[in-house]
Design a binder for this molecule. Structure first.
Ligand code: FEO
Length: 174
């Protein structure tokens, strides 16, 4: 039996995962318009993953006999200074999501609710992977882009390769 507070916090996380999906999808559009199809593919795929994160939570809330609620989701930004800015923002966003997951985990220990605590461990591990993934992309872009169009082109190819690898990994897991 989940407390009202926990249901509310889990639904808040549903909303955040939805926002993450919209944010990455919006960023993919910016990349398409700036001739970076590899980055666009990577971000589109990641938006799909965020939808899966949302569904996973949604199902869990329903399984506990509570109402999963989709609240109002704010619109993501549409303007970015550069591709470094795009990926820097993805990294900062993931760090924010990690904090929110940590707050949720803390609440399950305060209550206590060990079943939800156990359920959330998947998100704890996932956030570790996501922070590492986006931070490594920021570092790579910073390394290989210094205003040269050719380097930017090579960088996009590298991100496309990573997107394909990620896709294979997701297929293997499902
Ligand atoms: Fe669902 Fe990227 O965190």
């Amino acid at each position: 039996m989940l407390s009202e507070k926990l249901v509310e916090r889990l639904n808040h996380q549903v909303n955040l995962e939805y926002y993450s999906a919209n944010l990455y999808l919006q960023m993919s559009s910016w990349c398409e318009l700036n001739s970076l199809p590899g980055c666009a593919q990577f971000l589109r795929q990641h938006a799909d993953e965020e939808i899966q994160h949302m569904h996973h939570l949604f199902k869990y809330i329903n399984e506990t006999g509570n109402m999963a609620v989709i609240g109002e989701i704010k619109a993501p930004p549409t303007e970015y200074k550069s591709v470094v800015d795009v990926f820097q923002q993805t990294y900062e966003h993931e760090c924010y999501i990690t904090k929110e997951i940590n707050n949720l985990v803390r609440l399950t220990l305060e209550e206590p609710d060990y079943s939800t605590h156990n359920f959330l461990q998947w998100y704890v591990a996932e956030q570790h992977e996501e922070e590492h993934l986006f931070n490594s992309i920021v570092k790579k872009i910073e390394l290989i882009t210094e205003g040269s169009g050719k380097r930017l082109f090579m960088m996009d190819k590298e991100i496309k390769r990573m997107a394909t690898e990620q896709q294979k990994l997701v297929k293997k897991r499902s």
